[in-house]
Design a protein around this ligand. Structure first.
Ligand code: XUL
Ligand code: CO
Length: 448
């Protein structure tokens, strides 16, 4: 077998490159639906789906929760040297994993890639060193960076917020991390840069000046945008909405809230939205709702592909596995023209008791197959106009005559009211919801 990793050691022995074996395969380490080169509507599955591995869950998290210490052993954490040497080994493990999985992209926070130093300058030096090594690995493997970000929520100094911190002294530290993470993203050719405002919210309104915090956030985002553009960054900036956790209320609550915020501050030209399924659920929305809302407002950017548990009120970050949900998601994404800068980033973690190295592969394989199947169903539904022809007919009264005039703003209220007698008694027209639901299922039952 050709060597799929550059490091000295193999971290996932016994696993080769994961390949497509088709729906009848019983091999847990093979794709059943994801066939990277298969073409749908002029694009391959790989080009449509743009899968990314999340560095933080897959190579940093060890299953620790509030009730117990880590359960998942990472061989790259053990060995000679300090935290920088461990980060170098982790990079080797990550590129071995991503290559074996045949995913094309990855995403990271600054602190996932390189350890924090004892000063901001040392942290920047650590990051620059790991970025240099990551650039080498990218070149050798063809793996690309989907987006980078900065972890400005983990360190205790951010407990009152990052850009929205009430203490100005924190803001330069936020800036030094974000600036370095944007530099790293540019150096690695990333097509996006994400802001997830983990602690950009409040715990209590009794101690919070809402107006100032939100203004500070907008000022900081504009600053980061200007810096990135001045350094030649052509990709998208993303805001990733989440309504709560770790704060009681996060300012980037959901897509609609973020859209209003971006437009109010003139940020909607450069910023797009990175939508996470589990965050949609926490906001009381379906994943489809958040995607369709972003598409309808021209702000769709990228996806954090995972799933929550409808009975848990927190971010369980499980791997996606519902074909129905991936079909609805891919319908929204295709409707929006598909991914340009974005992709499907598995912001998902294996369970605390999934302790075998194979579990990490099987989790990703399941998520990739689920989205590949969703892509097939969604692209056929769209190609056959199975739903869109109904929607088009449903609104056809606005296509011509007075309806079209209304859409263009050519009628005033009195004029519209004057038509009431002419239109007379309006009949009842079925919304046909059940028929349409059955149509979606028909496509899912006929996957091949
Ligand atoms: C947290 C979350 C983050 C962002 C990146 O809920 O989703 O991992 O995706 O900071
Ligand atoms: Co996320």
């Amino acid at each position: 077998m050709t060597k799929l990793f550059k490091g000295e050691r193999e971290y996932f022995p016994g696993v080769g490159r994961i390949s497509y074996e088709g729906p009848k395969s019983d091999n847990p380490l093979a794709f059943k639906y994801y066939d990277a080169g298969r073409k749908l509507g002029g694009k391959t599955m790989a080009e449509h789906l743009r899968f990314a591995v999340a560095y933080w869950h897959s190579f940093c998290a060890d299953g620790t929760d509030q009730f117990g210490t880590g359960t998942i052993e990472h061989p790259w954490d053990k060995g000679l040297g300090g935290p920088v040497a461990a980060a170098e080994r982790k990079l080797d493990a990550a590129f071995e994993f991503i290559t074996k999985l045949s995913a094309e992209y990855y995403c990271f926070h600054d602190r996932d890639l390189a350890p924090e130093g004892s000063t901001p300058a040392e942290s920047e030096k650590n990051l620059a060193h790991l970025v240099e090594l990551a650039a080498e690995r990218q070149k050798a493997t063809g793996v690309k960076l989907l987006w980078g970000t900065a972890n400005v929520f983990g360190n205790p100094r951010f407990m009152n917020g990052a850009a929205t911190n009430p203490d100005f002294a924190v803001l330069p530290l936020v800036a030094s991390q974000v600036k370095a993470a944007i530099d790293a993203t540019i150096a690695l050719g990333g097509s996006g840069y994400t802001f997830w405002g983990g602690r950009e919210g409040y715990m209590s309104l009794l101690n919070t000046d809402l107006a100032r915090e939100k203004e500070h956030l907008a000022t900081f985002l504009a600053m980061a945008r200007d810096y990135g553009r001045s350094r030649g960054f052509k990709g998208a900036f993303y805001i990733e909405p989440k309504p709560m956790e770790p704060t009681k209320h996060q300012y980037d609550f959901d897509v609609e809230t973020v859209a209003g915020f971006l437009r109010a501050h003139g940020l909607d030209k450069d910023f797009r939205i990175n939508i996470e399924a589990n965050h949609a659920e926490l906001a009381g929305h379906d994943f489809q709702h958040e995607l369709e809302t972003a598409v309808s407002m021209g702000l769709f950017g990228s996806v954090d592909a995972n799933r929550g548990d409808p009975r848990n009120g927190w971010d369980t970050d499980q791997f996606p596995n519902s074909l129905y949900e991936t079909t609805l998601a891919m319908m929204a994404i295709l409707k929006g023209g598909g991914f340009t800068t974005g992709g499907l980033n598995f912001d998902a973690k294996i369970r605390r008791n999934s302790v075998d190295p194979a579990d990490l592969f099987e989790a990703h394989i399941g998520g990739m197959d689920a989205f590949a199947a969703g892509l097939v169903a969604a692209s056929r539904i769209i190609e056959d106009k199975a739903l869109s022809s109904f929607i088009q007919a449903r609104y056809s009264s606005f296509d011509s005559g007075e309806g079209a005039k209304f859409e263009k703003g050519g009628i005033d209220l009195a004029g519209l009211a004057a038509m009431a007698n002419e239109y007379g008694k309006v009949g009842r027209t079925s919304g046909r919801q059940e028929r349409l639901e059955n149509i979606v299922n028909k496509y899912l039952l006929n996957l091949d």
